[in-house]
Design a protein around this ligand. Structure first.
Ligand SMILES: Cc1cc2nc3c(=O)[nH]c(=O)nc-3n(C[C@H](O)[C@H](O)[C@H](O)COP(=O)(O)OP(=O)(O)OC[C@H]3O[C@@H](n4cnc5c(N)ncnc54)[C@H](O)[C@@H]3O)c2cc1C
Length: 502
């Protein structure tokens, strides 16, 4: 989790110049430009990784050609928390996030990340489902969501088991139950907690999309180019025909593909679609995310046994609670997360273990006027227009933000773990928009092309063979963190695609 409180010093590049740390097979863009792909995936984050794994499974013996292009580089071969020196690794990954707020005044805390695995290299692995009431008006039936949630949870090892057995979590959850927060659960987390079985090594506890890429590779071959940025979708007669990609030395390559799956993120997908001249009333619109309120508190260590364990709890959103509260601690050396055995931080020694943090994520209404578009004046080094974000909170969003501050006080009282006092006030602060990293909705699914970019299977309205699969297709965002839902939908889209390709 990116720590907004610490300003990190710049770190040297990961790999000294001259080394070529390839830990999975790569294909040069030049070579990919010679191939006619059946499926070409753009981006390797949560959405792109899920599509790649599922399609390699579904088209295992088919001989179909599958390609993937990724704008970023090889950064880490696993989630940063799986490395014993994770304090360093994660802060280094943090430095790969580009603040884009300077030219997005209304969305000033947003950051973009480009790298193989996308943001799953350091996501917080909190993986709750959305509440049923949040999906009731979706074009995807609830029973199908149930099926695909199960598949996604299995694929990402999601369970409530991470904090179970920790006295700290057990005593605290009991206090929450006793004091009215009856829906409280151990935080569902995407963590492979299996012990080594039959000589199989389960060495990646924290899930990342790199596991999807590895699983896909075990099933069949695919071509993957990194440092390959998609800038346009090529279409012919209303059908996807490929992708124009550019390399860091600014050479352009036209990659041919019958089917293109765009998984380049909520901020980048509309940019690529709009830069391709693809028409769609809703493209880039309906940007949603979470409003956030953060509180820091102290747990009285004396109320717990000497080895208290870790704290990872969730008060979920419901039909009547338009926000969720995620509760985490101890703070091991300044990093607000679940400590691992070797965990250390470059900022503080690991002695300060009594703080905890609560994040309330609030529902933000899905509104046409909140949007990602193209800047009329700014272009990047490849000549592609930069994004421009128009974003504001509605009156209802502001009401929810007000409720969340009160809720954090109530939750802290229920846990008997007071919120700290800072500068004479409770240490509760509102997040600046974009700080949550949960953007969704800019290519939302729906039946009506006026209010959605893709149909119920993720296909862009009016362009056959062009699909979107990542956070951007979520029709609305409830209170839950979005990644599990985006992966569930990406797998569903891929199953549909496989049927079309057979
Ligand atoms: C610090 C942090 C903590 C988080 N914690 C949680 C959490 O606990 N739970 C949760 O649900 N979510 C969490 N998130 C959010 C989560 O990471 C995202 O929801 C998820 O990764 C989104 O997946 P995606 O595929 O939409 O986008 P990404 O993961 O961002 O993937 C997009 C991919 O596309 C690539 N790309 C972009 N543009 C191009 C282009 N033009 N050409 C080719 N490739 C391109 C990128 O390099 C990247 O690989 C967290 C995020 C951060 C940063």
């Amino acid at each position: 989790m990116y720590d907004s409180r610490q300003s990190r010093a710049a770190v040297p590049p990961y790999f000294p110049e001259g080394t070529d740390p390839q830990w999975l097979p790569l294909t040069p863009l030049e070579q990919m430009a010679q191939t006619d792909y059946d499926v070409l995936i753009v981006g390797t984050g949560a959405g792109g990784g899920a599509v790649l794994w599922r399609i390699c499974e579904g088209l295992k013996d088919s001989g179909k050609r599958i390609g993937v292009i990724e704008a970023g580089d090889l950064l880490l071969p696993t989630h940063g928390m799986n490395l014993p020196t994770s304090g360093w690794a994660l802060s280094s990954i943090g430095n790969q996030f580009f603040p884009i707020g300077d030219f997005l005044p209304q969305y000033s805390a947003a950051r973009q990340f480009f790298g193989l695995g996308g943001r799953t290299l350091n996501w917080g692995i909190a993986a709750p489902r959305m509440h049923r009431s949040d999906m009731i008006h979706w074009p995807v039936p609830l029973r199908e969501m149930e099926k695909y949630y199960k598949i996604a949870e299995q694929a990402m090892f999601v369970s409530h088991a991470f904090a179970e057995g920790s006295t700290l979590s057990e005593i605290t959850i009991n206090r929450l139950w006793q004091n009215g927060f009856l829906e409280s659960v151990y935080l569902p987390m995407a963590a492979d907690l299996a012990q080594t079985k039959y000589g199989e090594l389960h060495s990646n506890v924290y899930f990342s999309s790199i596991l999807f890429l590895a699983r896909a590779l075990k099933l069949r071959t695919y071509d993957l180019a990194v440092r390959a940025r998609a800038i346009q979708i090529v279409t012919e007669n209303g059908k996807a025909a490929g992708v124009r990609a550019v390399s860091p030395d600014k050479k352009w390559y036209d990659l041919k593909a019958k089917t293109v799956v765009l998984s380049a993120s909520t901020l980048e997908n509309p940019r690529i679609l709009l830069n391709s001249g693809i028409q769609g009333h809703a493209i880039g619109h309906y940007l949603t995310n979470h409003s956030g309120v953060e509180a820091w508190g102290t747990i009285n260590k004396e109320q717990f046994p000497e080895i208290a364990g870790t704290l990872a709890l969730l008060v979920p959103g419901t039909e009547f609670r338009p926000y969720q509260v995620q509760i985490q601690g101890f703070i091991n050396g300044g990093y607000p997360f679940y400590p691992s055995v070797y965990h250390y931080s470059i900022d503080k020694p690991a002695s300060d273990i009594s703080d905890y943090v609560m994040w309330a994520f609030g529902k933000v209404e899905s509104r046409f006027e909140n949007k990602v578009g193209l800047s009329p004046s700014l272009r990047d080094e490849y000549g592609v227009p930069m994004i421009q974000v128009d974003f504001s909170h509605s009156n209802r969003d502001l009401e929810v933000i007000g409720q969340m501050s009160q809720a954090l006080i109530q939750v802290s009282e229920a846990m008997d773990a007071p919120i700290n006092i800072k500068d004479g006030r409770l240490d509760i602060s509102n997040w600046i928009p974009g700080r949550d990293f949960h953007e969704c909705g800019t290519c939302r699914m729906g039946d009506n092309p006026l209010t959605s970019t893709t149909n119920r299977f993720g296909q862009v309205h009016g362009v056959s063979g062009l699909y979107v699969a990542d956070n951007s297709v979520l029709p609305t965002l409830g209170a839950a963190n979005p990644t599990l839902t985006a992966v569930a939908l990406a797998i569903r889209t891929t199953d549909y695609l496989i049927e079309q390709l057979k």
